[in-house]
Design a protein around this ligand. Structure first.
Ligand code: PSU
Ligand code: MN
Length: 313
């Protein structure tokens, strides 16, 4: 346990590569680690963690996968650290509220969208890619389960590229919350909010952009206006030809929700439970759709980072 007051750089550690890129104003993309540790099955998860970093590099940006290891928030992981995230048994899932305890007690864990957004912004990274955000769960009136992702995005100046929110959630309710909390949303070449595994959720969104440069312009607009430090969600759908079959999705999701209810799965365990059920129940098809969505998001995030960066790749 840490007993004395620690300077900030002892708990927040950018890798040498990330620190250099940030110092030079070169493009950097933050990546979260919970999707690796809790969202994807082994051994595929490690391959994906490595692949996502490669996609960022191919686009001329520096990847910064974020996780807490032995009480230090790492901004950018080396190969051995990525492997720990993908394989360490019992690794924690850390939301924003878990960070102080993890840092103080020397714990390790993967960071969710809420924790990753905070740490990325804290480190000076503006762009972040993930699969699908957390949000308001179905049955909210009974459980009051709303992901901390939404609250953090309402008070963090970050741009998160995602395929909407996970379709296991109550999507209309989540969009209402995002509206209330002042989180901006732009559809990337779409007028409809994406449906994570599905190309569309069927819900309309108000702003559509066609290029990464337009996303960077909106970010400049946020800064020019000032005001509350809210996020920008760039909603990028999985391509239609790579989406999960909607009928299969609906059928297996209904089964998954019933199973979660029966087995009384709640709290942090519910999202990994539902995602895992979908992978098994669709014979792996949901995994392929999830990966297609994440790959696309990472690519777009790297392009936005390049457009945002004062120093072009
Ligand atoms: N995107 C994915 N798979 C995931 C997640 C996102 O494609 O597993 C993770 C993110 O870390 C997100 C978390 O923050 O799921 C939401 O968890 P909860 O519903 O417990 O807040
Ligand atoms: Mn929750």
């Amino acid at each position: 346990m840490r007993t004395t007051q620690q300077p900030i750089d002892s708990v927040l550690r950018p890798s040498a590569e990330v620190a250099e890129a940030l110092a030079q104003g070169a493009p950097v993309v933050a990546l979260e680690s919970t999707i690796i540790s809790h969202g994807l099955p082994q051994p595929r998860n490690l391959e994906v963690a490595v692949e996502l970093e490669e996609i960022v590099r191919e686009a001329g940006a520096v990847p910064a996968t974020i996780a807490v290891l032995d009480g230090v928030a790492h901004i950018g992981l080396g190969p051995d650290e990525l492997k720990r995230i993908a394989t360490e048994p019992g690794l924690r899932k850390l939301g924003f509220r878990d960070l102080p305890a993890a840092v103080a007690l020397g714990a390790s864990g993967a960071t969710t969208v809420s924790a990753t957004s905070f740490l990325a912004a804290r480190a000076g990274i503006r762009i972040f890619a993930t699969g699908g955000l957390g949000g308001v769960h179905r049955g909210w009136t009974e459980s009051q389960d709303e992901s901390a992702d939404l609250d953090m995005l309402s008070r963090t100046r970050i741009t998160v590229v995602c395929a909407g929110v996970k379709s296991i959630l109550d999507v209309p309710a989540t969009l209402q919350r995002l509206e209330t909390r002042g989180v901006s949303i732009a559809g990337f070449r779409t007028d409809e909010f994406p449906g994570f595994y599905l190309h569309t959720s069927g819900e309309p969104i108000d702003w559509r952009i066609e290029t990464p440069a337009e996303a960077a312009e909106i970010m400049r607009g946020q800064d020019a206006l000032g005001g509350p430090e809210t996020a920008l969600i760039v909603a990028n759908p999985v391509p239609r030809d790579e989406q999960l079959d909607p009928a299969l999705h609906d059928r297996v999701l209904a089964e998954a929700l019933a199973a979660a209810d029966r087995e009384k799965i709640t709290g942090q365990a519910i999202t990994p439970f539902l995602l895992g059920y979908l992978v098994r129940g669709t014979g792996g098809a949901s995994l392929e759709a999830n990966l297609a969505a994440v790959r696309g998001n990472v690519r777009v995030a790297a392009q936005i980072a390049a457009a945002w960066s004062p120093r072009k790749p």
